[in-house]
Design a protein. Structure first.
Length: 435
């Protein structure tokens, strides 16, 4: 991923230096297990650890690979240059390249998941803070982009909190799904290596043994992992689109923080554009772009092919790095976001009282009017509000049929805003698991 949308801790996981360090640890732990089983001499296993503080030369490995055309062999050759050819002759004993590559990839994905889980916790904290702050800040709810009924800004934030909390659970499941390793040798039969080696390596690398790995770890695990990242990205976009709508000039119920010295447009000095949330919409597309290739990687030929390899070299770092950046950016947007309660009330009153139409409809049916007749009575007045911007309550008070059914006091009572917020505490208790 390009540096503009990258954060250093996540980038470091996918660096060549980190990859080769993980490869080294897998090989060294495998040697320890082989020595314990008596397959290789203990002194050879001990000798491999002489490279534990070595910074592997990426350029040198690339140079060797240019000749061997094989990345794992190039690394093993470079490792022998540090350990000694005789001492390193039992390295990779009974193993195949996928044992190293697949186990390493899953170590990287687990480490990436740990960063993403931490990101999610920070985002959830920001959403909860804003939800509590604006628990009773009334705004109009919208369906199809059109005014519907009153809600609160706190409920909007709480809705996003609940969605991200579900995503956190999904991410934890995805982490567990991907946290397997395989040291099973060619076609995964353990013919040339004892299963105890796999158990030892996995324990040391923070993984569990893959129950059956052919020659590769099954890619349905990876498909699930990247699909989860795609769902989280879609949720990020869900929040971003809502904020973008709030910041529209005609709405202006909320907005991204605009810092001193920031410029919104090269041509129009007055502009304050929702550039961060628009950027998040784009980043979400990039993360989701990894999902279909990950799904297509599931179907491999027989016990192994490498059609998945080139895909994962790209989508592994790109999806994780991008999602890490997007989660951090969204957290910052939520923490600094400007909220305009007065504008929310102004928007609700652009068509005075119209958002109470359902309450009047239900009251009429409770008063004995058929639903069909009640709908006609309410709609004929509501349409005048749309067309003439007159007050809905005043129209109802002038409608003899409505007054006959409800009385003036009954009509006035239906315009109490508290009616729509009476269960906010109940919803918050459900979302935040509070009494």
């Amino acid at each position: 991923m390009i540096p503009r949308y990258s954060r250093p801790d996540m980038v470091a996981i996918w660096s060549p230096e980190t990859k080769f360090r993980i490869w080294y640890e897998i090989e060294a732990h495998a040697c320890d297990a082989q020595a314990k089983l008596g397959v290789i001499p203990q002194e050879n296993a001990d000798a491999v650890w002489k490279a534990k503080d070595v910074e592997f030369d990426v350029a040198r490995i690339d140079e060797i690979e240019a000749v061997t055309k094989h990345d794992v062999i190039a690394f093993l050759t470079h490792l022998a240059e540090h350990v000694g050819s005789e001492e390193a002759r039992f390295v990779h004993q009974g193993m195949t390249s996928s044992d190293v590559l697949d186990t390493c990839l899953n170590v990287q994905l687990v480490r990436a998941a740990d960063i993403l889980i931490e990101d999610m916790h920070k985002l959830l904290a920001a959403l909860k803070t804003r939800a509590m702050e604006h628990k009773h800040t009334v705004r109009v709810g919208r369906s199809h982009g059109i005014h519907a009924e009153p809600t609160t800004m706190g409920l909007t934030f709480a809705r996003f909190y609940a969605e991200m909390d579900r995503n956190l659970s999904r991410l934890r499941d995805a982490r567990a799904e991907i946290a397997t390793g395989a040291i099973s040798g060619a076609v995964g039969t353990f013919a040339n290596i004892d299963p105890a080696v796999e158990e030892h390596v996995c324990e040391q690398m923070g993984l569990v043994p893959e129950p059956i790995s052919t020659q590769v770890i099954p890619r349905d695990r990876h498909a699930m992992f990247f699909a989860t990242l795609g769902v989280i990205a879609s949720s990020i976009e869900n929040v971003a689109v809502e904020i973008r709508h709030m910041q529209r000039t005609e709405v202006l119920e909320g907005a991204e923080f605009f810092s001193m010295g920031q410029k919104g447009s090269s041509a129009m000095p007055h502009k304050k554009n929702p550039v961060l949330t628009e950027n998040l919409t784009g980043l979400a597309r990039l993360v989701r772009m990894s999902v279909i290739p990950a799904m297509e990687n599931v179907a491999l030929w027989h016990e192994r092919d490498i059609s998945h390899s080139s895909v994962e070299r790209a989508i592994g770092p790109d999806a994780c790095v991008t999602l890490d950046f997007a989660l951090a950016r969204l957290t910052g947007v939520i923490e600094k976001m400007l909220i305009f309660p007065e504008n929310m009330l102004d928007n609700m009153n652009k068509f005075p009282g119209l958002v109470m139409s359902q309450r009047v409809l239900l009251a009429l049916t409770q008063a004995g009017v058929s639903r069909e007749d009640a709908y006609v009575m309410v709609q004929r007045n509501a349409l005048k509000v749309w067309e003439e911007r007159v007050d809905f309550r005043e129209l109802l008070l002038q409608d003899a049929d409505v007054v006959k059914a409800l009385g003036e006091d009954g009509i006035n009572e239906k315009f109490n805003m508290d009616y729509h917020t009476k269960h906010v505490d109940t919803i918050f208790a459900r979302v935040f698991n509070e009494d």
